[in-house]
Design a protein around this ligand. Structure first.
Ligand SMILES: Nc1ncnc2c1ncn2[C@@H]1O[C@H](COP(=O)(O)OP(=O)(O)OP(=O)(O)O)[C@@H](O)[C@H]1O
Ligand SMILES: [Mg+2]
Length: 361
């Protein structure tokens, strides 16, 4: 099913401001769309509007071209999975999964086939006759997914469904969900505040902040060309290094003067109207190269080293005291308090307008 959102807005009763405004979004059939953003930005509000659990203050919501604004949740052909899976504790796994279909007065054989099919895909056949209290958190989450799956909805809506699981299980379930989506092909809308989940699962990411869309696109687009300083800082771990400065003779000079960077010709062309003006320069930790370069070299003092196996994260300070994080191959040797030379990879610089914070290059 295709989901189309036109100029959607939400103002809760008793609130002065709109919680969401000017939301425009097209979600294609079979897409896995992740709505990402910090706590309180309006993710759940948007998902609940799509589900019909929140009323729509302004704008349009269409499923396959049909206006849904006033359609009751049960008639929207959706299934929702929540963070707290809210299984019925007194029912078996089987009955939990069968419940919605029983309510719809489906035939017994149909119910059985659908439950068994979902149980097969989710690998929960072994405990169909256990109670939720007798299975693990990850297994319960799969039952919650199964309960949504058996209804064969046009859209799956999920609100932070993995956030109650431990890190290892979360990683595992991420892959499971991607596989599941691949085999079912159901349009999915998934809410999370975890950028790793968004980057690993989404075919399309929608980043919200303060009730507004900051960027819509593929994970690679978010990583390689964040459209403003907020997106640049939100996506990627460790966060992008940001320097404030200005353009001087075609070069970037940081406010303290300790960093000068001569950008690529491509970036220079994009920056031609910025001579003498304030800009931000962003660079990802893995695009800083150890050693002295032909130019764009600077010194940094190592304060903390995090050995992550294949890479080492160096938490350093520049001469002016600013924090700078570099990622270096795990087998390189470094020690705390050492001063090292690094240089910029000019193929991977991000420039943002000093006032509007919008991307320049
Ligand atoms: N029923 C409600 N009535 C009034 N205000 C609400 C209601 N539900 C949410 N809000 C407000 O709307 C804003 C967005 O809330 P929402 O739950 O959509 O955020 P979220 O992005 O899902 O956050 P989180 O990551 O913490 O779940 C918040 O300021 C919240 O206080
Ligand atoms: Mg929420």
């Amino acid at each position: 099913m295709r989901v189309e959102i036109n100029d959607l807005g939400k103002k809760y009763e008793g609130r002065e401001k709109f919680t969401l405004r000017n939301i425009n979004l097209d979600i294609d059939d079979k897409e896995f769309c992740v709505i990402l953003g910090p706590s309180g930005c309006g993710k759940s509000t948007l998902l609940r509007m799509i589900a019909g659990l929140n009323s729509i203050t302004e704008g349009e919501l269409l499923f396959d071209g049909r206006l849904m604004n006033k359609v009751a949740p049960k008639d929207r052909n959706i299934a929702m999975v929540f963070q707290s899976y809210a299984l019925y504790p007194h029912m078996t796994v089987y009955d939990n999964m069968a419940f919605a279909l029983k309510m719809k007065k489906e035939r017994k054989e149909v119910i059985h086939d659908r439950v068994m099919e979902a149980a097969e895909i989710l690998q929960i056949k072994d405990y169909l006759y256990s109670k939720p209290s007798d299975i693990s958190g990850g297994q319960r989450q799969r039952v919650a997914l199964g309960r949504a799956m058996v209804r064969k909805p046009g859209v799956f809506l999920m609100d932070e469904p993995l956030s109650n699981l431990d890190a290892k299980l979360r990683e595992h379930m991420r892959v499971e969900l991607v596989r599941l989506h691949k085999s079912l092909g159901t349009t999915s809308i998934y809410v999370t505040h975890d950028q790793t989940e968004a980057m690993t699962m989404a075919t399309k990411i929608v980043l919200l902040d303060d009730g507004k869309i900051q960027q819509v696109g593929k994970p690679e687009e978010f990583y390689n060309t964040p459209q403003n300083l907020f997106v640049a800082g939100f996506i990627g771990s460790p966060t992008m290094n940001i320097l404030k400065g200005k353009m001087d003779g075609g070069k970037f000079v940081s406010d303290s003067g300790v960093i000068t960077v001569n950008p690529s010709d491509h970036d220079k062309a994009a920056l031609k109207d910025y001579e003498g003006k304030a800009v931000y320069l962003g660079t990802r930790s893995e695009r800083l190269i150890a050693g002295i370069g032909e130019e764009n070299t600077f010194q940094a003092t190592i304060e903390v080293i995090e050995m992550l196996g294949k890479e080492k994260l160096l938490y350093t300070k520049l001469k002016d005291g600013q924090d700078f994080i570099m990622s270096q191959p795990g087998h390189y040797e470094y020690a705390v308090d050492e001063v090292h030379n690094f240089h910029f990879d000019t193929e991977a610089l991000h420039f943002f307008d000093g006032k509007s914070t919008r991307r320049i290059n």
